[in-house]
Ligand binder design. Sequence first.
Ligand SMILES: [Zn+2]
Length: 375
Amino acid sequence: MSETLTLTQALLKKASLTPEDAGCMDLMADYLQQRGFAIEWMNFGDTKNLWARRGNTSPLFAFAGHTDVVPTGPLDEWHAPPFEPTIKDGLIYARGAADMKGSLAAMMTACDTFIAQHDAHAGSIAFLITSDEEGPATNGTIKVMEALEARGEHIDYCIVGEPSSHKTFGDMVRVGRRGSINGYLTLIGKQGHVAYPELVENPIHALAPILSSLTTEIWDEGNEYFPSTSFQISNINAGTGVTNVVPGELKLVFNLRFSSELTPEVIKSRVTHIVDQQSDDYEITWQLSGLPFITKRGELTDAVIKAVQDVAGITPELSTGGGTSDGRFIAPYGVQLIELGPINETIHKINECVSIDDLDSLSITYHKVLENILL
Ligand SMILES: [Zn+2]
């Protein structure tokens, strides 16, 4: 049994439901300390964060990831209990197997073999590990990055272990992420009896042309690195539940995944302009989840492409698709950052699983990236 698999199993047995770490970081810290890493705990609020660094020189290469996992969902739909890792047909099943305890194990064993072979490597290696990625993400990576910045500790290169692969291991890596912003719109009307249309203002009717404009708007064309910006509505709520009352208000929740062609300010003004044309009584609030970021072709993309080619025999697609990750908190500090991990097909699902062979390939790939950057 490979050491990567053994470590993966040990991490998966710990029920680290976000924002709980459940001892995962202690296991990692012990392992890394034995390999020359200085361990530092950076805890904020209820969140545990680990900063482990080996060496004091530049460049600084960091592995980043999270130990927390999303809820299991209905237990009776799992083939086996989600915190008792089970192996079947070359796959290991458990909550967090693909997202992303397998990656954490691969990072650890990659460092183990790299250090064993190249003890006098250039630069430094670090681990930035949080247990607040799947939750609100307020006391995790974002705070650690602020603390590192405040004391002048700069990360040059970063690999985030998020599951980036699509169909086969290494076919896709993420070099950036779209921005994400949520809008909360309340249209205010006048409640009344359906039989007296002259006495009511129906906010559902007011929404119809707004909905039409918002859903057909072409927000941008994207660019070399990003697909075009997308708009989706996640919730519409209105109505009292009875048949003879026009409701007094309507609530709409929507999200835009946006390219670097747009800014939150431009998005807000364009949405507001559309709503203004149909309603003069509404409220709108916004929640910005992350700005778009991109790692352009350079040392890290070259190092990762070469490593994946060596191990998997394919050239990875450089993608900016998918959801948000903690990369959004690291990249803005001028860090070259890539997400490289196993296949993401089952993440957050019932019976989440990952290929054991892929985890071994991932460990070798991480090892080769270290060689390509630090030798
Ligand atoms: Zn994740």
